[in-house]
Design a protein around this ligand. Structure first.
Ligand SMILES: Cc1cc2nc3c(=O)[nH]c(=O)nc-3n(C[C@H](O)[C@H](O)[C@H](O)COP(=O)(O)OP(=O)(O)OC[C@H]3O[C@@H](n4cnc5c(N)ncnc54)[C@H](O)[C@@H]3O)c2cc1C
Length: 429
């Protein structure tokens, strides 16, 4: 028997095992997926919980119910991979041997990495919504907040779902208007980027939406620490941004066991070939989803498209043939903008988000880089699609590779002029 072990049973890991179980003969392959617990969380739902749109129980399902028969689910904290011995050690002392390993342990918010973030104001006036507990706690704080400075802050890029902080800000603006208290609140967006987003056309569009909503932007802000006493963000260049309520996106990092195993970069992401997702060092290890260092957005949609390319490549690889599929970095993200509307962006390693229609030219029904009701409904429908289509590994009628059909191009937006690869990792190729 050959053994495939998948580390992480989140978005990417669940899709991988469910799809590969159908392709790898049961008499020849054992498939095991490891995760620390039995709760699978629908992370895009964290955006909506603070505003009461989703209840906590709507974003969690038992992991074992999402994993197909014939796959072993092992619950335990991963401690270390030994890539030479091809073993995975769990913290409880168990060891799993593998022939092939997929690392799909994602990325996590790390408030412990910024001085003062976990200080006495943590979960009093300093919150995050990138974790289930954080999002739940923020719901309470936001309901009580009725005047002052509400600051939304990104610690450092890359973060998963790089548009989520903007979405949160737009939703907060609408939420405060609905409650009739928008004029009593100063809404501030603090970012390490020089604009609203990294990519020029989307950044201009999203930046003007912030301006229209009278949201102040503090760009190029590299936070050094949070001053709990003064209730202020302090940057390395000694700027201070005071807050009454801070919603921060902590530094995002890959899993610590990746570093302990000598498999990661400085943020614990696994270096892989960006087209095949194969480790640059071990031809028995792949990394999928947020865990890899590919220069694409860290998003569920990217995980989904990459998994589709990976499946056929994996079958070729284990048969000793060259891998023929090449992932193009395709990302497709809805951007909630408040008042029951949203935008859609569709891009890849080489092409930045452009205006137009999606998926069918002229018809849509989705509009790219434009606020519409259809886009908002698409975002809400995604939760059902996630549980019922994506995770079970059923086909979704969307192109795996980004298509230019329906997109409106200008000379300035041609692929060579706009390296979209910087969407989530500005410092990568
Ligand atoms: C607020 C928010 C909004 C988002 N909105 C969107 C959106 O609208 N669209 C979109 O496409 N994406 C969105 N995302 C991003 C999306 O959720 C992630 O990109 C996606 O889940 C990545 O999948 P993954 O499998 O790589 O990681 P995950 O789904 O995070 O899975 C990783 C798994 O590994 C496990 N794990 C980690 N370390 C260990 C260990 N040491 N031992 C055992 N198990 C371990 C974890 O428990 C987890 O189950 C959003 C994310 C957030 C936080």
């Amino acid at each position: 028997m050959r053994r495939l072990v998948v580390l992480g049973g989140g978005t990417a890991g669940t899709m991988v095992v469910n799809k590969l179980r159908r392709k790898l003969p049961r008499g020849e392959w054992d498939i095991t997926v490891v995760d620390r617990d039995d709760d699978h969380l629908y992370q895009p739902g964290y955006l909506f919980m603070p505003f009461g749109t989703y209840r906590p129980e709507q974003v969690v399902r038992k992991r074992h119910t999402l994993i197909t028969d014939g796959v072993d689910l092992v619950l335990g904290e991963i401690d270390r991979v030994d890539p030479e011995a091809r073993t995975v050690a769990l913290q409880d002392g168990r060891t799993l041997a593998y022939d092939y390993l997929v690392i799909a342990t994602g990325t996590s918010p790390r408030p412990d990495q910024t001085e003062g973030m976990l200080g006495e104001q943590w979960r009093k006036s300093v919150f995050d919504f990138y974790s289930f507990e954080g999002s739940k706690a923020l719901a309470g704080a936001l309901q009580e907040f009725d005047h002052g400075r509400l600051v939304v802050h990104i610690t450092e890029m890359p973060i998963k779902c790089p548009v989520a902080p903007l979405e949160f800000t737009f939703l907060a603006d609408a939420f405060l208007r609905e409650r009739g208290i928008r004029d009593r609140v100063e809404l501030v967006y603090v970012t390490p980027l020089s604009g609203a987003f990294t990519q020029p056309i989307a950044s201009a569009q999203l930046g003007s939406m912030l301006e229209e909503r009278k949201i102040l932007v503090e760009p190029d802000f590299m936070v050094e620490r949070i001053d709990n006493e003064a209730k202020a963000l302090v940057s390395y260049d000694e700027r201070e941004v005071p807050f009454d309520l801070l919603v921060t996106i902590p530094l995002n990092m890959g899993a610590d066991f990746v570093a302990r195993s000598g498999l990661g970069d400085e943020l614990n992401y696994v270096p892989v070939d960006k087209r095949t997702l194969l480790s640059t060092r071990y031809d028995t290890i792949f990394a999928l989803g947020d865990a890899s260092d590919i220069p694409a957005s860290k998003a569920g949609s990217v995980a989904h498209f990459a998994v589709d390319v990976f499946i056929d490549n994996f079958l070729e690889h284990v048969a000793g043939r060259p891998m023929t599929g090449a992932f193009d970095g395709h990302a497709n993200c809805f951007v909630e903008s408040g008042d029951g509307k949203g935008l859609l962006i569709d891009f890849n390693y080489d092409t930045q988000p452009l205006p137009g229609k999606f998926p069918v030219p002229v018809v849509g029904p989705m509009s790219l880089l434009k606020e519409t009701r259809a886009n908002h409904l698409g975002k809400l429908a995604f939760r059902w699609i996630y549980w019922n289509v994506l995770l079970p590994g059923r086909p979704l009628p969307l192109p795996v590779h980004m298509s230019m059909a329906g997109k409106v191009t200008t000379p300035a937006a041609t692929p060579a002029a706009t390296p979209a690869a910087t969407a989530a990792s500005p410092d990568k190729e």
